[in-house]
Design a protein around this ligand. Structure first.
Ligand code: ADP
Ligand code: MG
Length: 613
């Protein structure tokens, strides 16, 4: 950008000198114009030639080159330089805007840094992955992203390889096999011997995500690409006709006159304002969203958000804080202390909000060597071996599934039933708090024309219904397994209107399939599982559900700006094209029209980038 800026200033200075001083010797003047042109236009000429060889003939570089070289031919040197200068100024504006968006997206990435669980002397330490050395051992828990490349030395699991292959096919993997960073560990704990340093394995992938954040094109952008494909050749043909036929047919018409008109016609015809400002508006929108702490993974999602009709929420971690407080320990034939210890050990490898809360309540060191065969059963709980004994910790459904003879509790709250070696030993009652902005979010969604608000949860009926009532959600479905959530979303997708979109907002491992299935998947970036974040289209870094409202408003604003820009650019373009074809406008006016429209459109697009933090 700086290089481009310097070029523009240099060229501009020469250009002004030549215009103001008007050297007596015309050659000196012309040479200054030519130098000024080459400084600012060489790059465009080079690109035009290169693209011709690549088969992309009719792009904006080609238009600019033909028009300016043509202006040279008919002796309009200052115009030629001015066209290039203004065009490059427009480009500079654009890269400035893109850069700004990119920076705010990149700064979002810092909010959720990658980490690695380093395993050393029977202890796990959470450290930054760039501190891990080759040969170190790391542990990857269910729902976590593999931070570094390596091979498995203990355990087997299923991996989601979407980050690498684009397909979210689960892949079975066992001891001795290689794992590549970026994959998501789906169900068990694995130990990995690291074979590559962080710099080599992941940084490039993060940058990739930033670069490609807007590579998923919106419908409006695809329209522009198609439009330009047909539009450009048509314009070139009209220009040729304008240059050749009138002088032959009309009496007194001169070639230089009509060639000039044809060339100005070409310059004006360049659809730069459209081509530049539409993607830029979306990019600006994505940048603006980043500033609010919302990562949008593609402009198509930003576009879809404006048409949100149904919002479906997960409960734990999404509408509630996921910070459970210990309410009661009900132990049978075992001390309360021992029961809490067993549960804390069982929860050790889990990243579920329940696990974090239990570990905090236990608050004693955990001897990890006693924990084996850890498996997280999404939506149900945990199965694990502690001190060579089979332990189950989870909800009613888990107990029923494993045919444990247990007693249902009537306490209100989330209940963790515990069984050791197939024998029921009591339960722990915990309860969660609703997030401060959950109620406000639902109210605002209704005010913003969202037709339905729904909650899906794996938790118990009474807990789910209680939360739903407190925050005013329309409908609630409880005790759902991950499959159940998928089924419900499929039903809702079938019954919604064609244009309306369904947004699902969740955080857990069990939400990943639904996040991928919904029109718009939104994940909580702070406490959410890596797998949920990976599957989502939009990530709320601050974990506040109310950010959805800001995002929807921003999306509507972006769409308004996109429409304004399309209408404005096409209208002015057609008007000036007609004026030029009839010789009512000079190349100067044509240039000002084109660059003017581009710059106004860009400034308009930049409005979405400006959001209050
Ligand atoms: P939600 O759908 O509301 O976010 P989850 O699907 O994450 O809730 O969990 C559903 C239920 O599964 C929990 O209420 C709990 O009973 C059980 N469960 C899930 N993970 C765990 C865990 N790590 N330990 C114990 N129970 C769990
Ligand atoms: Mg959840």
């Amino acid at each position: 950008m700086r290089k481009k800026g310097i070029k523009i200033i240099l060229s501009l200075v020469l250009f002004i000198i030549a215009i103001i001083i008007q050297f007596k010797n015309e050659y000196v003047n012309n040479i200054i114009f030519v130098i000024s042109y080459i400084i600012v236009g060489f790059e465009i000429l080079k690109k035009a030639v290169r693209n011709i060889f690549r088969g992309k003939v009719f792009d904006e570089n080609f238009l600019m080159s033909v028009a300016t070289l043509g202006a040279f031919v008919i002796g309009e040197l200052p115009e030629a330089v001015a066209v290039m200068l203004f065009y490059q100024i427009g480009e500079l504006f654009q890269s400035y805007a893109v850069d700004k968006s990119r920076k705010s997206i990149a700064s979002l990435m810092d909010i959720r840094p990658d980490y690695a669980n380093l395993y050393k002397n029977d202890k796990i330490e959470k450290i930054s992955p760039d501190e891990v050395k080759i040969g170190d051992i790391i542990i990857v828990k269910p729902g976590e992203k593999v931070p570094l490349d390596g091979y498995i030395i203990e355990g087997r699991t299923t991996l989601d390889t979407k980050a690498l292959t684009g397909e979210s096919l689960p892949k079975e993997i066992k001891e001795g096999e290689e794992v590549v960073s970026g994959c998501i560990n789906l169900d068990r704990v694995i130990k990995i011997n690291v074979t590559k340093e962080y710099g080599e394995s992941t940084v490039s992938k993060i940058l990739d995500l930033v670069e490609n954040a807007s590579s998923k094109k919106s419908k409006s952008e695809n329209f522009i690409t198609k439009f330009a494909k047909y539009y450009t050749p048509i314009v070139v043909v009209i220009a040729l006709i304008l240059a050749i036929f009138p002088p032959l047919i009309i009496k007194g018409a001169t070639f230089s006159d009509w060639v000039y008109r044809a060339l100005s016609f070409l310059v004006v015809s360049c659809p730069c304002a459209l081509v530049i400002s539409i993607p830029l508006s979306f990019f600006g929108g994505i940048g603006g969203a980043s500033k609010m702490g919302v990562l949008v993974k593609g402009s198509n999602y930003l576009e879809a958000l404006a048409n949100t009709e149904i919002t479906v929420f997960d409960k734990t971690g999404t509408l509630t804080k996921g910070v459970f407080e210990l309410q009661k320990i009900n132990a049978i034939d075992i001390s309360e202390e021992k029961l809490l210890k067993i549960v804390a050990y069982a929860e050790n490898f889990s990243n579920h909000p329940i696990s974090k809360s239990i570990k905090k309540a236990y608050n004693k060191p955990i001897e990890e060597s006693q924990i084996k065969d850890y498996q997280e059963i999404s939506g149900l709980g945990i199965s694990v071996k502690i001190d060579e004994k089979n332990v189950l910790v989870g909800n009613e459904k888990l107990m029923q599934k494993e045919q444990i003879d247990f007693e249902k509790s009537i306490d209100i709250g989330t209940i963790l039933y515990v069984a050791i070696q197939g024998k029921y030993v009591g339960y722990i009652l915990i309860s969660d708090k609703i997030k401060d902005d959950s109620k406000y979010t639902i109210e605002q969604l209704k005010k913003n024309n969202i037709k339905q608000t729904i909650m899906l949860t794996g938790d118990r009926k009474d807990v789910g219904e209680n939360v739903a009532k407190q925050i005013g959600i329309d409908k609630v479905y409880t005790e759902l397994l991950p499959d159940g959530k998928v089924q419900k979303i499929e039903e809702l997708l079938k019954n919604k209107s064609e244009k309306g979109k369904l947004a699902f907002i969740g955080d857990g491992i069990n939400d990943a399939p639904v996040l991928a299935l919904a029109d718009i998947g939104i994940a909580m970036g702070g406490l959410g599982a890596d797998s949920a974040i990976e599957a989502a289209d939009i990530v709320i870094m601050t974990d506040e559900p109310s950010k959805i409202i800001n995002a929807i408003k921003l999306s509507k604003k972006t769409m308004r700006i996109v429409k304004q820009n399309i209408v404005f650019a096409i209208f002015i373009k057609i008007a000036v094209l007609i004026l030029t074809a009839f010789g009512l406008s000079t190349m100067w006016e044509a240039v000002f029209a084109d660059v003017g429209v581009s710059i106004i459109a860009i400034i308009n697009a930049l409005r979405v980038l400006r959001v209050k933090k």
